[in-house]
Design a protein around this ligand. Structure first.
Ligand SMILES: Nc1nc2c(ncn2[C@@H]2O[C@H](COP(=O)(O)OP(=O)(O)O)[C@@H](O)[C@H]2O)c(=O)[nH]1
Ligand SMILES: [Mg+2]
Length: 215
């Protein structure tokens, strides 16, 4: 697959420069009150447990283990904050939703944390909603999109694990996902197809994020 060109006006170099900075882990927050001050633009990565959020953040910043990745779903239970010293941007890795095996009260706690963050953070510029490229959007992905639409928080869907799909299957999932976002008011009309393993789509994603800083 060649790098996708969903938007030829995207500035790939601006994206490369933004993420050439060394991002570091700042802290994990279990409460909204623990978040750093809202002094710079934030982007958040949301999605079901195991969809590939931490892997995508690692691939985005070009590091192998910045955000902890795991084969065990539900390990990321905090809002994990990443910053680079001189970057006008903060990255937030969110707890995964839809992890049924966790204790009920834990799930309720994370759901509340995710909801409060997604709908009440003033400097949250865009949410990247990660959807597993093998499955397309599931009910809880649509629930999160509903919340974001209601709160008028800008979001863009990112398909993950594209390396696991053959062309025709990928086309089907892309079409289904596009149909699911078509009439959503806060959704970016384009989706980004990615693989953290092959790094497919990373240039596009970096450029999309860099563009947020200019608009
Ligand atoms: N084949 C493939 N596997 C991936 C990709 N991204 C993540 N994974 C795997 O999916 C699992 C969950 O990834 P992780 O980033 O921890 O997901 P998170 O729970 O959403 O943070 C791990 O076993 C990863 O190695 C990808 O692009 N391709
Ligand atoms: Mg994770």
């Amino acid at each position: 697959m060649s790098e996708q060109t969903c938007d030829s006006t995207l500035d790939l170099e601006a994206g490369r420069l933004l993420f050439a900075r060394p991002f570091v882990f700042i802290k994990g927050c279990v409460r909204i009150a623990d978040l750093p001050s809202a002094d710079r633009m934030e982007i958040a990565f949301a999605g079901r447990s195991n969809v590939g959020k931490s892997s995508l953040i690692n691939a985005l910043v070009g590091m192998t283990s910045l955000a902890r990745t795991s084969n065990t779903p539900g390990r990321t239970q905090e809002l994990n904050i990443f910053e680079a010293a001189d970057a006008p941007l903060r990255i937030v890795d969110m707890p995964g939703y839809g992890f049924a095996q966790a204790p009920k009260e834990k799930v309720a706690q994370w759901t509340k944390l995710i909801h409060s963050y997604l709908t009440g953070r003033p400097n949250l510029r865009r949410v990247y909603v990660l959807v597993d490229g093998r499955h397309g959007p599931k009910a809880n992905d649509l629930t999160v999109m509903n919340e974001l639409d209601k709160a008028a928080v800008s979001y863009q869907v990112v398909l993950t694990k594209a390396d696991k799909l053959l062309g025709r299957d990928l086309d089907k999932i892309v079409a289904a996902t596009k149909a699911a976002i078509a009439k959503r008011p806060a959704a970016h009309p384009e989706l980004i197809i990615t693989s953290s393993q092959t790094k497919f789509g990373m240039e596009t994603l970096r450029a999309e994020i860099a563009e947020l800083l200019t608009s």
